[in-house]
Every structure is written in C-alpha cells, then in structure tokens.
Design a protein around this ligand. Structure first.
Ligand code: FRU
Length: 516
C-alpha cells in the first residue's frame, strides 16, 4: 500500500516536473482535435482550459460575438479574462484571441457589451461605431485585505468590431460605495423611451438599476427583489428585457437572475420574474420563483444585444458550480448551451418564459435516421441507433406516462420519466456513466413540475451531444439541461410505453453534424 502511494507521488512529481519543463521551453501544447473524450460536437467549448459564464453577447455588422469567463492557464477557475469567439450564425464558431486581460483594477468578471450607435460614449472615431464592454472588476488585493468594496464596474471599447480592445482610462465607472461584497455582472441595454442606457447588476440578494447617457457616468435608479423570488444563494448575472406575449399585443418585462446555490435540483440555477419596467423601477407581483430550466446545467445565461430581428436569444453556461471544476474532461472544461430563442406565454393568467433552440440549429441535422416509429400503448420498443450520442430526437404523444432510456453496451443508462399522473418529469442520470467524480453529480434524480403546459399532445425535442442532454417540451415551455459522461456512447433508445394508454410517435431521429 505504502509503496503504491510512494510510486504515485513520484509519478505526480514527474508529471508536474515535465509540465514545468514544457512551459519553460514554451513548447506549444497539443492542439485541440475536438475529438477528445466528451468533447461537445455542436456546442461551443473553448479549445482548451477553463470557461464559465457567457459574457458580452452582442451582434454587430454581421457578427455574433460570444465572450466568456476564461482562465487560460488551467482547467479550473482562476484569474478571469474575457475569452472571445465569433459566429455568423450562432451555430459555427471561430476562436479569437483573448479580448480582456486583468489589469491594475482587478480581474475581469462577467458583464455585457453594446453597440454605441450614436457614439454617446465619444469613443467612436472617424465614423467608426464603438462596441463597448461593461464588466465587473474583481480586485484580489481588496478581497485579501478583507474589504467589502472589491467589486466595481469598468468599461472598455473596440473600434474594429471586437478585434482589439481599449480599457477606459477613468475606470471604474461604478464604484462600490456601499461596500457590497457581491456587486457584479452588469447587463446594459439601450432604452428608447428614456433615450439612454439602463444597467442592471446584482448586489447579493437583489438587483440594482442604473441609467446613463454616455456609458461612463451612471445614476442609481432603484432596487428589486430583496423579498421576492428564490434566495437560497447569491444572485448573479441579471438580464432585463421586454418581450411581447405570444399571440397578443401585450408586452411585459422579464428579469432573469441566476442564483447559486438554491436551484430546484441543487446548486446553480436560473430564475426569472415577469413584470413591468417604467424606466426607473422594475415591479412584479410574482410570488413564487419561476425557473428557466429544471436541469442542473444551465447557469449564468444572458441574452444578445442588438440582434437584427429583435429576437431574444439566450446562451447559458452548461455547468453547475457544485461540480464544474470536477467534471472528467482533460483539455478544457465546460461548454455553452445551444443558443435558445426566448418567448413569453400567458397560460391561465400566469406568465411563462419558454426557451427553445434557434431554428438555425436545424441546419446541423443530417438526413433522418429513423422516421415515424409508433410505439403502441402497453408496449416497449428498443431502437438501435448508431449516432444516438450526437442526435436530435423528436417525439409526440398524448400518453400520460412513459419512459425513455438512453443506454450503451455497458448498461449505463439515462432515464427520462414522463409522469403526467403525478405532474412531474424526472431525469435520472445516477447510472448514466461516470458520476463519482463529485458527490452531488449523480446523487439524486432531478424533478421538474409539468405546470403551465397546455393539454396534450405533447411535443418533445431532445438534443444529445457527447456529454450533454437538452430536453425541450412543448416548444421549450419546459426545458431540462444536463451534463452526462457515459463511458461509452449511448446507442440504444428504449421507449417504454408499458403503462401508457396512447401510442408514442417517434417522429424523427437525426444525427447532428459537428460544428468543428
Ligand atoms: C457566475 C459568476 C459571476 C461572476 C463570474 C466569475 O458564474 O460567479 O457572478 O462574475 O462567475 O467568474
């Protein structure tokens, strides 16, 4: 036993030593193949190292920007930079150099970006429209000294559509006067009615709103949420925007708030409020928390600014702070959700925010592998599907109770259990593959209520990638996002309709093309 420990420590020392040697000689690390074990094939992930929140989601001159919390030295969280990628369709991504580096004001935490079309900031030169990033500075020194005011807000601008960035010389633009420990994640948008900018940030257990005419001088407006919504953890990554209710002229404002911990199935999650914003104050008479996603792997999501068709497109970080640093990938850590279009619905006088993959994701589907399979009531069907681990599955049913099981030859299994009798949908990944890298990951089943859904037939879309599953019921009225780490790829789909009195129609199973 002792021998084993000794030899292990020698190996570790040797590996560490080799790593140092590599760095010292500045040898390039092996390039990403995007074929590594668990590498998502149609989700964004960085070439290497640690990533968390999406930041600065903005469209400008034909390009969708995706900035993200990035630590370029390790596959665990560390001093934050803004990584950067661009896309013309939000489906295929091109990696760009790091956009923002830490500076004397601190590390670069989460935030947003806007197109300053009217050059209100004065950063524009020679007719060039500035992109302005608004982010949180986190001062490590301040934190170490035991102060409470170590998070402030700063800005930077780019005159070449995000290629290069200049920090504003008079940063920070919002200081932390009250000394609030968690004071971060500014999301800014142009508010037409008041002809100015509105900024939302979070301050521990509530959101704060500010206004500005030039993105540099900010005036505090109001607070929201101390006594509303879920408060099981710190509020993070807010986003405020208007949405028209589907099928009506009514417009409401939606405030998205991420919270960690305190999500319905543990750890990190995203809640939302539906209400009104009058340019100064956000109000909502919503009593109970509402959740954007019932899986455990959709966090810190925010929406794009300046999208051409005025659609609300959301991207979330597909992980959870409970185990984000422990997931069994080696070269990189974590991925983003697919981009999802948000829509607002009124069901029996209550409002629900739906999220559903953007249509463009459909460009990735290959010709149908399986078409129109009907699983009769009181029957079970087993489908062998070679590309199941990288596929889109669509099904439709009025059945009240059924199960879908995704399996591999090692009998690792992911179980989705639809139970309309008890009004719940359960995801069981406890035996889905590698789960023991952290105690919470495979500890229990995840449960979602079937509230707010219209009467059947219900429609399901499931996106399976090498290490994730995204389920959307009824055009995203319910969504569940989960990471998975099967030891070998799932290739069998079992549709268990034993307890059903209605057939289940598997409309299609299509392989998804890789974006890399
Ligand atoms: C959310 C978050 C943000 C913060 C960032 C730091 O996941 O904690 O509140 O700005 O991550 O990386």
């Amino acid at each position: 036993m002792n021998k084993l420990i000794i030899s292990c420590s020698i190996i570790i020392a040797f590996v560490a030593c080799r790593e140092d040697h590599k760095k010292a000689q500045n040898e390039p690390e092996e390039e990403s193949t995007y074929q590594e074990e668990y590498r998502p094939q149609f989700h964004f992930s960085p070439e290497e190292k640690w990533m968390n929140d999406p930041n600065g989601l903005v469209y400008h001159e034909g390009i969708y920007h995706l900035f993200y919390q990035y630590y370029p030295e390790d596959i665990v969280w560390g001093p934050m930079h803004w990584g950067h990628a661009v896309s013309e369709d939000m489906v295929h991504w091109e990696h760009k150099p790091i956009a923002l580096y830490p500076d004397e004001n601190g590390l670069i935490f989460s935030g947003s970006a806007v197109v300053d079309k009217k050059n209100t900031s004065g950063f524009g030169k020679e007719g060039k429209t500035p992109l302005v990033a608004i982010f949180t500075y986190h001062s490590m020194e301040g934190e170490k000294e035991g102060r409470n005011d170590f998070q402030t807000q700063g800005i930077a601008y780019s005159l070449d559509n995000g290629e290069t960035w200049n920090k504003y010389a008079d940063n920070p633009v919002i200081v932390n006067g009250e000394g609030i420990k968690d004071f971060r994640d500014p999301k800014v948008f142009w508010h037409k009615p008041s002809n100015g900018w509105i900024l939302t940030l979070v301050a521990g257990d509530h959101a704060k709103f500010y206004s500005s005419k030039n993105l540099k001088d900010w005036t505090y407006l109001s607070d929201f949420g101390k006594s509303q919504g879920a408060h099981g953890g710190v509020w993070e990554c807010p986003d405020l925007f208007p949405l028209q209710i589907e099928g009506s002229d009514e417009e409401k404002w939606v405030l998205i708030i991420s919270i960690n911990p305190g999500a319905p199935n543990g750890g990190s999650g995203t809640q939302y409020f539906v209400g009104d914003f009058d340019g100064t104050t956000f109000t909502s008479n919503q009593k109970n928390p509402k959740w954007l996603d019932y899986g455990t792997d959709n966090y810190a999501g925010v929406t794009y600014n300046n999208v051409p068709e005025e659609e609300r497109i959301f991207i979330g970080w597909m992980s959870n702070w409970d185990y984000a640093r422990d997931t069994p990938t080696k070269k990189w850590r974590s991925a983003m959700t697919v981009p999802r279009k948000l829509s607002l619905h009124k069901v029996e006088d209550d409002y629900f925010l739906a999220n559903y993959p953007i249509d463009k994701m459909g460009d990735l589907t290959s010709p149908t592998v399986i078409n129109q399979v009907e699983v009769a009531a009181a029957a079970t069907d087993t489908l062998q599907v070679e590309g199941l681990y990288q596929s889109e599955i669509q099904l439709k049913t009025t059945a009240k109770n059924f199960q879908l099981l995704f399996k591999n030859e090692l009998d690792e299994v992911l179980v989705l259990d639809f139970d309309a009798t008890n009004q719940i949908l359960t995801v069981d990944r406890t035996l889905s593959g590698k789960v023991d890298f952290q105690e919470d990951f495979g500890a229990k089943k995840h449960v979602a209520p079937l509230k707010g859904l219209k009467k059947g037939p219900h429609q399901f879309k499931i996106l399976m990638d090498w290490s994730s599953m995204e389920l959307f019921m009824d055009q995203g009225m319910l969504s569940i996002t989960e990471q998975l780490f099967p030891t070998s790829p799932y290739n069998t789909l079992i549709i268990n309709n034993e307890n059903g009195s209605e057939p289940i129609i598997i409309q299609s199973i299509k392989e998804m093309k890789s974006i890399w």
